[in-house]
Design a protein around this ligand. Structure first.
Ligand code: C2E
Ligand code: MG
Ligand code: MG
Length: 239
């Protein structure tokens, strides 16, 4: 499990991390999730692997804190099959219990398409997650079905603007317009807004000047193994 830092837009301080899965293959080397998550999803193995991701991400986050680093939030991506599995709520609770991480510091990232499949069931699962106390975020916002109706029906704490809108921000007026609209939407709904894929200073400035509360991207740090993120946190900590 790799971790990518997420920083507060206002201060640049690391406030959290996103846990991102990697597969260390003996011959192929490090395999990206896009190449194996679909297979995990198809076979149903994602439920077990996802439960491990939840437990490990919570454990690692508390391990940093117990080593004297500032408390962090941690985000975990959920896939469709995992979201609909009966064991999700118990996997979340037991990960929190075993690690001692306060529920409010765990965030699950869902995608728009995942919510649209069976909205009654999605509502029930989200209710269960909210009852445990974890935060819910919509990943890749703007690239799924984009039915805005779910924003009023579901208990969503924050949106993550998709990387594709951030990428050409300095040259595309359309992307800038879309981002401004998403910022206005999140602001009036009173929910958080995170931008992903921030690689350039210009993008960071643009997003900071609007409503983005947090930024994530190579400009602030790539996904790295936990030891490396630990060193980064140590360097970022005040002496
Ligand atoms: P995501 O959740 O949208 O994660 C963000 C992806 O953007 C990550 O790719 C990250 O490495 C990449 N990224 C971050 N900042 C930048 C940047 O500045 N520039 C560029 N070009 N890319 C950036 P990654 O790690 O390959 O993950 C791809 C997707 O795989 C994730 O997209 C997520 O949907 C899925 N995934 C990863 N880990 C898990 C997991 O544990 N469970 C599930 N269900 N899905 C996962
Ligand atoms: Mg994500
Ligand atoms: Mg994303």
């Amino acid at each position: 499990l790799y971790y990518q830092p997420r920083v507060a837009a206002a201060t640049g301080r690391i406030t959290g991390v996103e846990a991102l899965l990697r597969w260390e293959h003996p011959e192929w080397g490090l395999v990206e999730p896009a190449r194996f998550i679909p297979a995990l999803e198809e076979t149903g193995l994602i439920v077990q692997v996802g439960a491990w991701v939840l437990a490990e991400a919570c454990r690692q986050t508390m391990a940093w804190e117990n080593a004297g680093l500032a408390p962090l939030h941690v985000s975990v991506n959920l896939s469709s099959r995992q979201f609909r599995s009966d064991t999700l709520a118990s996997a979340v609770s037991s990960s929190l219990q075993a690690s001692g991480l306060p529920a409010a510091r765990l965030e699950v990232e869902l995608t728009e398409s995942l919510l649209m499949d069976n909205t009654d069931q999605a509502m029930e699962v989200m209710g269960r997650l909210k009852a445990i106390g974890v935060a819910i975020s919509i990943d890749d916002f703007g690239t799924g079905y984009s039915s805005l109706g779910y924003l009023k029906r579901f208990p969503i704490d924050s949106l993550k603007v998709d990387r594709s809108f951030v990428r050409d921000l300095s040259t595309s007026r359309k992307d800038a317009a879309i981002i401004e609209a998403i910022c206005a939407l999140a602001k009036s709904l009173g929910i958080g807004l995170v931008a992903e894929g921030v690689e350039e200073q210009y993008q960071a400035e643009f997003l900071r000047a609007r409503y983005c509360t947090e930024l994530q991207g190579y400009l602030f740090g790539r996904p790295v193994p936990p030891e490396e993120l630990g060193r980064l946190l140590q360097r970022a900590a005040p002496p």
